[in-house]
Design a binder for this molecule. Structure first.
Ligand SMILES: [Zn+2]
Length: 279
């Protein structure tokens, strides 16, 4: 086989092969100039995008933890970047206004007894006193309108928060905070996918079939979804940290407690503060 040196037309680097090893520019061959190629390239971005997106999706669903494991050892070509994938899920989630996920009406924040409920209530009372033209109903409506989108965009703050306990507990195997961020992104991607997209879709389908809300069927479905999330998380932790299973199980139990606090207290409090600041 003939190996010849080429000099890169973009950066001047001399190299062998089809791609510049400094800037990544591709060597242009005559067959790249065929008319068919011109149109193929136009669709390349889309088809390429699709391929990577579905590989990432499939890997997350069928081999929990593999995406993070691969990504952290440098195997990145086959996948979407985990954070870009998470962003895509949030965008898809934004397209379905009916799927409310973690969104909550104003009264829900005020009812957070034991955490920030008292603070939220006094904040609302002070607002109503300083805005006599605003009734409680108007405030609730405006809050709900702003909260619908904000609650979805704000999902990003959950990733660094989840990564913190993972980093502390998995430090022996994964000392880089970065690696734990990648893993937190995968876990939360799965969480959004199942809990905010698949679960409400199944619930709607169930209600459609049963004609109205069947509370027993809802309960079974809820338990099923959470069981899948737990199994997934356990499998992902075992694969990513390579801990023996009892340690993985311990990590999972701690993670459940911390994650519940992050999602249902910290995140909701930040959501309340953010939406209130936007009023
Ligand atoms: Zn180059």
């Amino acid at each position: 086989m003939k190996v010849s040196n080429v000099s890169c037309v973009n950066c001047g680097q001399v190299f062998t092969g089809n791609y510049c090893n400094r800037c990544g520019e591709k060597v242009l061959h005559d067959h790249d100039r065929y008319i068919g190629h011109f149109f193929e390239e136009a669709f390349h971005f889309i088809t390429h995008f699709d391929g990577k997106f579905f590989t990432t999706l499939k890997t997350i669903l069928t081999r929990p933890g593999k995406l993070s494991f691969d990504f952290c050892r440098g195997v990145r070509r086959p996948y979407f970047r985990p954070l870009s994938f998470f962003l895509m899920l949030v965008v898809i989630y934004l397209l379905f206004p009916a799927f409310s996920g973690l969104n909550m009406p104003l009264s829900g924040h005020m009812g957070q007894n034991g955490t920030y409920g008292g603070y939220a209530t006094s904040r609302v009372e002070r607002y109503l006193q300083s805005h006599p033209e605003v009734t409680k109903q108007i405030l609730s409506d405006t809050f709900a309108k702003k909260s619908a989108t904000t609650s979805k965009l704000l999902l990003f703050i959950i990733i660094p928060l989840t990564a913190l306990p993972l980093w502390l507990l998995g430090y022996r195997k994964r000392p880089w905070y970065y690696d734990n961020l990648v893993f937190a992104t995968e876990l939360n991607s799965f969480f959004i996918l199942l809990n905010f997209l698949v679960f409400p879709a199944l619930l709607n389908a169930l209600h459609f079939v049963l004609g109205g809300a069947g509370s027993m069927a809802d309960l079974v479905l809820t338990i099923l979804v959470y069981a899948v999330i737990l199994l997934f998380s356990f499998r992902a932790i075992t694969r990513f940290y390579q801990f023996p299973w009892p340690i993985s199980l311990l990590l999972l139990l701690v993670l459940i407690v911390v994650q519940t606090f992050i999602v249902y207290v910290l995140y909701k409090f930040v959501l309340f503060l953010t939406v209130f600041a936007l009023l």
